[in-house]
Write a protein that binds this ligand. Structure first.
Ligand code: GCV
Length: 898
C-alpha cells in the first residue's frame, strides 16, 4: 500500500471524515471559497428531512465524501478475504462438489453461501449436485436426511438450530457434512464453516456439534414509519420511508444475511414507541414483504405494538386488556398477521413507559396485558416480548426514597408466575438505561417462574453515538458473567438465567437493540460493527470471551496480520473502561445531557427532574443511597431487591466495589476508596487518565498505517482523533463541575488550569462576541465566541512561547445545522482550513458540539501571530472556544529550531 501523504491537519469528523492533507488542498480551498460562497445552494435532502445548506466548504467535503462513498455497502465480517497461500494448504483436500439434501429456502441460502464463500476465500468453485455424488462432496442436510442417505450415520444429539460439522466415509469417498438440527442449523453450520475458513482455521478444528445457548436471539430495531430511527446513527431506515415500506428491500435482505451469519433468528423491525398504523390492514401485506426478505436467512420478523391500537386504529372505545372486545381484536389481528406471514415471530411491547399507553390506565397489570396478546399469538406459535422498562418519569426529586432503579422489580416481581408460557419479560441489562456502567438488574433473579431475556444496546446511545469507539462486548461480558446468587451455593450468572438453565424456563435469550441504517457501514462507524458482531456471538454462546470476539472480528474485517490483530484487539478491549473513565466512573453512570441529546457532558442535568437518573451530588458528597433498611441502611432499598449474597456485597461500604460505589451509596468527597484515594481525587484522576488513553488510542491506531486498507484506516483515525478531543471536553467539564461543587482542589492542580490555552476572551477579536454557554462547564469561562451578522470574524493571539515545534489545536463548536468554515493563519500564511461539517446532536455551543481541530508540527517563534478566521454558515456562527499551543516532545534542543 502506498504511504499516506503527510497530514497538514485533521478535521475531527467521525464516520465520514476527511483530512486536509496538503498545502495544495488548502490553497485550492482558499481559491475557490470566494466564488462558491456567493452561491450557497439550499437543498432538501430526501434522505434527511432537515434542510442542509451546501456552502463552499460542504462542497469540498462532498467531493471528499464521494471518495469514501465509493466504498459502497460494507460486507462487514462477511468479507471472505482470500486466504494467504500458506493457510490454503489446510484446505487442499476440499471436496469439489456440494449437495443440498434439504428443500428449505434456508438450506438453499446455505448452499449459495457456501459457493460464494469458498470461491472468495479459496478461489474454488464447487460443483452443485442434485443428489449424493459418487465423489467427495459437502453435504447439507438435517439428521433425518443424512440417515436416509447414510444409514450408518449416527448423528450426535443437537439442540434446536444447532449443527454438527463432521466428515463421513462412505462408498470410498469423504463427505463433509453440515448436519443441521433443522434448516436454520444447516445455515448456521455453513456460516460457521465459512467464517472459520476465512480466519484460517482448518476443517478438522471445527468439527463437532454446536448449539445456540437460548432460543431467542433477536435484534430490535427502533425504526419509524417515516424512515427515521430512534437512537439510530447509521442513516435512514432500511425498512421504511415516508410512511411506507420501502420498495427496494435489498438492504433488509442483506441485513438478514448478516444476522444469520451470527445465528440471530429474529428481528423486531420497528420502534418500541410503536406506531399503531403498522397494524392496519393496508400495512400488513407490506410488512409481509420484509418478512419475505428475511425468510431465506431464517430470520423471523416481529413487530413492536402499541397497546392502544384496538382503540386508535381498531375503532373500539377502549384498549382495556381485560375487555373481551379487546382480546378479540388482538386475536383477529394475530390471525391476519399469520395469514400474511406464516413464520411471524411475535410482538414486542413497551407500555406504561415514557408516555407509551399501557394497562395501568385501566388498573390492569403488565401480566394481564401480556397474556391477552399471548393468547392471540399462541395458536400460531408466536411470543410476546414484554419489556420491563416500565417506570414513572415524573418522580419527585425531593423524595430521598424515590428511586427509578427500583421500578422494574417493584412492578414485575409481584407478577412472577402470572405470565403465559409464551410471554418473555425482556429486561435491560441494568436497572436504569444502558449507562456506561450499571449493576445487573435484580429482576433477573426475581423472576423464577417467568421467561426472561436480557436486552443489550448495540447502538451507542449513551456511549458516543457512533462518533466514538466503544467496544461493548467487554461491558456485556461483565453483566453476563455477574453471579446473581439466585440459588444458594450455586453459580447463577445472568447468562445462565436467560438461557433458561437456572429456573428451567423453556424460553429466554438475548435481544440487541441495534438500529442499523442505510449507511454503507450499517451503523455509522466501521468500528461499531464489532458490537453487532459481538452481540451475535454472545447471543449464540455467552461464554465466548470479549477478547476472542475482538480477535475474530478483526481477522474477518481487516486481516490476520498478528500486529493488526493484537493492536485492534487492544484498542477495542481498552475502549469501554476508557470511556467509563472520562464520562462517568465509580458508578456515576454516563454524566450526559439526560434531558436532551444523551451525548455530551452535562452532569447537572441528572438532578432535579423527574427522570430519576440522579447522582445526588451536593457540596459535601455524591452518590445515590440505595441501601436497605433490612440490612441497617437508610436508602431507597434498591439493594434489598437482590438475593442476600449480592445485597450484602453492595450494602456494605467495605465490600461494595469502587466501580459501583456511587450507584449504591452517598459518600463524602473525602471518602477513601479501596484504592486508598479519595472519591474526589479519583474522579479527577480517572478523567485525566481517560483523556490520556483516548489520545493514546490515536497513536496505537497510527501504528496500523499500511497494514490495513486505507479507507477504514483513515475513517477510524479521524474518529479516534475526534474522540481524543471529545474526551478532553468531557474531562474538562466534569472535573470543573465537581471542583466547583465540592470546593476541593485537584491535588495535581490540573483542573481548569491549562497553561497551553489561549481562550477567545484573551485573544484580539474582530467581530467575535461572547455568548453564555449552557452548561457553563463545557466552555472556557462558560463562554463561547460567535460571529453573528458578518461574513467573517477573526481571533488572533501573539505567540510568547520559545521557538520550537508545536501542536496547535482550535476548540470550536460544530452545530448540526450550518457548515461554518475556519482558517488558521500563521502570520499571513493560511496553514489550515477546515469546516464544521460533523453531524453532532446540537445547535448551540456546549458539550455536544465542542470539537477540536488539531494541526501538528507547527513551527512557532515569539512574536508570531496565530489567527482563527471564522466564516459562519446557515445557523452556525463559526463559534470558537480557545486555541491550544502544546510544545511537541521532539522539539528538544539539538533539533533544528525554526
Ligand atoms: C425507544 C431510552 C431511550 C429511548 C428509548 C427507551 C426505551 O430512554 O432514550 O429513546 O425509546 O430508552 O428503551 O424504550
Amino acid at each position: 500500500m502506498p504511504p499516506q501523504p503527510t497530514l497538514a491537519g485533521t478535521v475531527n469528523r467521525p464516520g465520514r471524515s476527511f483530512s486536509l492533507e496538503s498545502a495544495a488542498f488548502v490553497r485550492l480551498a482558499n481559491q475557490i471559497r470566494p466564488f462558491l460562497r456567493k452561491w450557497t445552494i439550499t437543498v432538501a435532502d430526501r434522505l434527511h428531512p432537515r434542510r442542509i445548506r451546501i456552502s463552499s466548504a460542504l462542497l469540498l467535503a462532498v467531493c471528499l465524501l464521494a471518495v469514501s462513498a465509493a466504498r459502497g455497502q460494507q460486507p462487514a465480517w462477511l468479507r471472505y478475504a482470500p486466504l494467504p497461500q500458506t493457510s490454503q494448504a489446510a484446505w487442499a483436500k476440499i471436496p469439489p462438489a456440494i449437495v443440498n439434501l434439504d428443500s428449505s429456502p434456508t438450506a438453499a441460502s446455505a448452499q449459495a453461501e457456501m459457493l460464494r464463500g469458498v470461491r472468495s476465500v479459496l478461489a474454488r468453485t464447487l460443483r452443485i449436485e442434485s443428489q449424493l455424488p459418487d465423489e467427495d462432496a459437502f453435504v447439507l442436510a438435517t439428521p433425518a436426511e443424512l440417515r436416509a442417505a447414510f444409514p450408518h450415520y449416527d448423528p450426535p444429539a443437537l439442540g434446536p438450530e444447532g449443527f454438527t460439522l463432521a466428515t463421513f466415509f462412505s462408498r470410498g469417498h469423504t463427505y463433509w457434512l453440515i448436519d443441521g438440527a433443522d434448516s436454520r442449523g444447516i445455515l448456521y453450520g455453513a456460516f460457521h464453516l465459512l467464517l472459520g475458513m476465512a480466519r484460517g482455521e482448518n476443517f478438522a478444528a471445527m468439527q463437532g456439534p454446536d448449539s445456540p445457548a437460548a432460543p431467542i436471539r433477536w435484534t430490535d430495531e427502533w425504526d419509524n414509519l417515516n424512515g427515521t430511527i430512534e437512537r439510530g446513527y447509521g442513516g435512514r431506515s432500511i425498512f421504511f420511508d415516508s410512511g411506507q415500506v420501502r420498495a427496494d428491500l435489498t438492504r433488509a435482505a442483506d441485513y438478514a444475511r448478516l444476522l444469520a451469519s451470527l445465528g440471530i433468528n429474529g428481528c423486531a423491525i420497528n420502534n418500541v414507541n410503536a406506531d399503531p398504523h403498522l397494524l392496519t390492514p393496508e400495512m400488513i401485506p407490506e410488512i409481509a414483504r420484509i418478512a419475505d426478505a428475511f425468510r431465506p436467512w431464517g430470520v423471523r420478523l416481529a413487530l413492536a405494538v402499541d397497546l392502544s391500537a384496538p382503540q386508535t386504529i381498531g375503532g373500539l372505545d377502549t384498549f382495556d386488556p381485560g375487555d373481551p372486545k379487546v382480546a378479540a381484536w388482538w386475536r383477529a389481528k394475530a390471525d391476519a398477521l399469520y395469514a400474511a406471514i406464516p413464520d411471524f415471530a411475535g410482538f414486542v411491547v413497551k407500555a406504561d413507559s415514557e408516555g407509551q399507553p399501557g394497562p395501568s390506565k385501566y388498573g390492569r397489570s403488565p401480566a394481564v396485558a401480556a397474556n391477552v396478546l399471548a393468547a392471540a399469538l399462541a395458536p400460531h406459535g408466536g411470543v410476546v416480548m414484554y419489556r420491563a422498562f416500565v417506570y414513572n418519569h415524573h418522580l419527585d426529586w425531593h423524595d430521598a426514597k424515590a428511586d427509578r432503579a427500583r421500578a422494574a422489580y417493584d412492578i414485575f416481581h409481584p407478577l412472577d408466575g402470572q405470565f403465559a408460557p409464551n410471554v418473555v419479560v425482556q429486561i435491560k441489562n441494568g436497572p436504569i438505561d444502558f449507562q456506561v456502567r450499571e449493576p445487573v438488574s435484580p429482576l433477573f433473579a426475581g423472576l423464577r417462574q417467568t421467561n426472561t431475556a436480557v436486552e443489550l444496546q448495540v447502538t451507542q446511545e449513551y456511549m458516543g453515538q457512533q462518533h466514538q469507539l466503544v467496544y461493548l462486548p467487554a461491558q456485556w461480558q461483565t453483566y453476563l458473567d455477574f453471579d446473581l446468587h439466585a440459588i444458594p451455593n450455586r453459580a447463577t450468572p445472568l447468562k445462565s438465567i436467560v438461557e433458561g438453565r437456572v429456573f428451567h424456563r423453556p424460553l429466554g435469550g438475548f435481544i440487541g437493540v441495534t438500529c442499523v441504517g442505510l449507511d454503507d457501514n450499517w451503523l455509522g462507524s466501521d468500528m461499531a460493527l464489532a458490537n453487532l458482531y459481538g452481540f451475535g456471538r454472545l447471543a449464540w454462546n455467552p461464554n465466548t470471551s470479549a477478547d476472542t470476539i475482538a480477535r475474530d472480528w478483526t481477522q474477518l474485517t481487516f486481516n490476520a496480520n498478528p500486529a493488526v490483530v493484537s493492536t485492534i484487539t487492544r484498542v477495542l478491549m481498552s475502549s469501554w473502561p476508557m470511556v467509563e473513565r472520562y464520562t462517568g466512573p465509580l458508578g456515576l453512570q454516563t454524566l450526559t445531557n439526560i434531558t436532551g441529546s444523551h451525548y455530551g457532558p452535562a452532569p447537572q442535568s441528572q438532578e432535579n427532574n423527574g427522570w430519576g437518573q440522579w447522582i445526588r451530588a451536593d457540596h459535601t458528597g455524591v452518590g445515590m443511597d440505595r441501601t436497605d433498611s433490612k440490612y441497617g441502611g437508610d436508602g431507597t432499598g434498591f439493594i434489598g431487591q437482590y438475593p442476600p449474597q449480592v445485597a450484602a456485597l453492595y450494602e456494605s461500604l467495605a465490600t461494595c466495589p469502587d466501580n459501583l460505589l456511587l450507584f449504591m451509596h452517598h459518600v463524602p468527597y473525602t471518602y477513601r476508596l479501596h484504592s486508598g484515594e479519595t472519591v474526589i481525587q479519583t474522579i479527577y484522576n480517572l478523567h485525566y487518565q481517560g483523556a490520556e488513553q483516548a489520545a493514546d488510542l490515536v497513536t496505537q491506531w497510527q501504528s496500523l498505517r499500511g497494514l490495513i486498507d486505507p479507507e477504514p484506516y483513515n475513517a477510524t483515525l479521524t474518529m479516534l482523533e475526534y474522540q481524543a478531543g471529545e474526551a478532553i471536553v468531557w474531562r474538562d467539564a466534569i472535573t470543573r463541575w465537581f471542583h466547583q461543587l465540592s470546593g476541593i482542589p485537584d491535588a495535581q492542580g490540573r483542573v481548569d488550569h491549562y497553561p497551553n490555552r489561549i481562550t477567545a476572551a484573551q485573544m484580539q477579536l474582530q467581530g467575535y462576541t461572547p455568548v453564555d454557554v449552557h452548561p457553563w462547564e463545557t466552555a472556557s469561562g462558560g463562554k463561547a465566541y460567535v460571529c453573528e451578522n458578518r461574513d467573517l470574524c477573526t481571533a488572533s493571539a501573539t505567540v510568547t512561547r520559545p521557538a520550537g515545534w508545536y501542536t496547535v489545536a482550535v476548540e470550536y463548536f460544530d452545530y448540526r445545522d450550518g457548515v461554518s468554515t475556519f482558517d488558521l493563519l500563521l502570520n499571513r500564511q493560511t496553514i489550515a482550513t477546515w469546516s464544521a461539517a460533523n453531524n453532532l446532536p446540537g445547535n448551540a455551543p456546549d458539550g455536544d458540539t465542542s470539537s477540536r481541530f488539531t494541526l501538528r508540527g507547527v513551527p512557532l517563534r515569539p512574536g508570531d501571530v496565530l489567527t482563527i478566521q471564522g466564516h459562519p454558515n446557515g445557523g452556525e456562527p463559526a463559534p470558537i472556544d480557545y486555541l491550544s499551543i502544546e510544545p511537541e516532545p521532539n522539539a528538544a534542543a539539538g533539533n533544528s529550531q525554526p
